[in-house]
Design a protein around this ligand. Structure first.
Ligand SMILES: CC(=O)N[C@H]1[C@@H](OP(=O)(O)OP(=O)(O)OC[C@H]2O[C@@H](n3ccc(=O)[nH]c3=O)[C@H](O)[C@@H]2O)O[C@H](CO)[C@@H](O)[C@@H]1O
Ligand SMILES: C=C(OP(=O)(O)O)C(=O)O
Length: 426
């Protein structure tokens, strides 16, 4: 298994190209199932999850062709052809590797009238049920059955438009419902829908495929279903969480990074919280410049659905605040178990106490390199960040978590001055 070795204490400076967004890619890829024409996605990041999604689509009978980008963006492009479907089953072996596999449920039942998807189960950050995905599809006329670890959705005569108000804001459930509604007969109204930029990206791609959607970017989506959608060519948005993570790398090392391709509008709350710590954030041509000088100030942050501070940035922010001059309070309101990085940061000298959903972060003067182990993607990145600032050597184990969401991490960090390498245990 690979590990990442970081010798900390270098000030980072330079340009970091921001890749296409993992969380947008993972909801744009299943859109291929909605049409018998070709869908080409450009600016796709080279990530384990994107590859896994490609395999899942192949399993369903979708042909996929991947090539270097031809649109000037840094990502690859994938052309998917779901002219006819060979299967409507998403098997356990793929779903267990990637929770986002559940996002084929809505498109499959909408297009084929049936779908069977392995239940994703819990993961390190929380229980993560899918009840809202199922209720929203039921509101569109799908029959749902759970058996032997699978969810089966059927709608032999096709889905019909309906109304559903989400009791809790859910990114994935909104995505599944939206992808199903575009092929349902009649009008669908989704209330208390998630408004994350990745959902706007999904809606824009569906519109490019011929869907009719009102209220894009708001919490009420009104969809007039179409009997069929056409193919399209669509560019995946830049990854705001990757960009936010590199912004933390600039801050924690007292450096200056230009996040090329990042979009300010998607990241306002992240940068508001960062400015409180004394970090400078300015828009530059083609990206955003983040620079820091001297000791950071504390900042209190509470995670919540967009436009509030994203849960996917909580761990990285915590590493930064672990070195601030004072005490910060972080509150995690989305996932019940998203503090698994805390004991690892403590091994590097951080002073953090967790009380339920709240973490009290008392800034320390310095961190010290150590062997650390991560249990999820963003927790891994928080340890990399801590390693960049720590004295001595840090070894981050279980790198496969990072490979799910950070494209060419060591290359991007080395290019701006980090002393970082990947070692393989063979
Ligand atoms: C691939 C992808 O885009 N993943 C993102 C997506 O995950 P994901 O779509 O899984 O997260 P959700 O927005 O659905 O989860 C939000 C909250 O709703 C709860 N819930 C969700 C669905 C459901 O049926 N029932 C239910 O109770 C969850 O347990 C959680 O407490 O949004 C999360 C919240 O921004 C991010 O951290 C993930 O990176
Ligand atoms: C939790 C995340 O992803 P996923 O929903 O794919 O597990 C994440 O991107 O931080």
């Amino acid at each position: 298994m690979d590990r990442i070795i970081i010798r900390g204490g270098r000030t980072l400076k330079g340009q970091v190209p921001i890749s296409g967004a993992k969380n947008a890619a993972l909801t744009l890829l299943p859109c291929a199932l909605l049409t018998d024409e070709k869908l080409t996605l450009t600016n796709l990041p080279r990530l384990a999850d994107v590859d896994s999604f490609g395999h899942l689509l192949n399993e369903l009978g979708v042909s996929t062709k991947v090539q270097r980008g031809t649109d000037g963006s840094i990502g690859r492009e994938m052309t998917m052809d779901a002219k006819s479907l060979a299967s409507t089953v998403a098997p356990y072996d793929i779903v267990r590797k990637m929770r986002a596999s559940i996002l084929v449920l809505g498109p499959l039942v909408a297009r084929a009238g049936e779908a069977k998807v392995s239940l994703p189960g819990g993961c390190a950050i929380g229980n993560r049920p899918i009840d809202l995905h199922l209720k929203a599809l039921e509101a569109l006329g799908a029959q749902i059955e759970l058996a032997a670890g699978y969810v089966k959705a059927t709608a032999p005569g096709g889905l019909t438009g309906g109304r559903y108000s989400f009791p809790v804001v859910s990114v994935g459930a909104t995505e599944n419902a939206l992808m199903a509604a575009v092929l349902a007969k009649g009008e669908t109204v989704l209330d208390n829908a998630a408004r994350e930029p990745e959902i706007v990206d999904l809606a824009n791609c569906l519109v490019a495929m011929g869907a009719e959607i009102d209220g894009i970017g708001t919490d009420r989506l009104v969809i007039r279903g179409k009997p069929r959608l056409n193919g399209a060519r669509y560019q995946v948005m830049p990854d705001r969480i990757e960009a936010g993570s590199y912004a933390c790398a600039a801050a924690i090392t007292g450096g200056e990074l230009d996040l090329m391709g990042a979009r300010m509008g998607d990241m306002a709350t992240i940068f508001d919280a960062m400015r409180v710590t004394g970090v400078d954030v300015t828009e530059i041509e083609g990206g955003i410049r983040v620079s820091a000088n001297g000791r950071l100030k504390p900042s209190n942050v509470s995670t919540a659905p967009f436009p509030a501070f994203p849960t996917d940035m909580q761990a990285q922010f915590m590493s930064m605040l672990a070195l601030a001059d004072g005490t910060s309070v972080l509150t995690e309101t989305i996932f019940e178990n998203r503090y698994m990085h805390v004991p690892e940061l403590a091994r590097m000298g951080a002073d953090i106490q967790v009380h339920g959903r709240t973490a009290i972060v008392k800034g320390v003067d310095g961190l010290v390199g150590a062997d650390v182990m991560a249990t999820d993607l963003r927790a891994s990145m928080s340890l990399v960040l801590a390693g960049l600032a720590a004295k001595g050597e840090t070894a981050v184990h279980r790198v496969y978590h990072l490979d799910r969401g950070y494209e060419r991490l060591e290359e991007k960090l080395s290019a701006v001055g980090a002393d970082i390498e990947r070692l393989s245990d063979g």
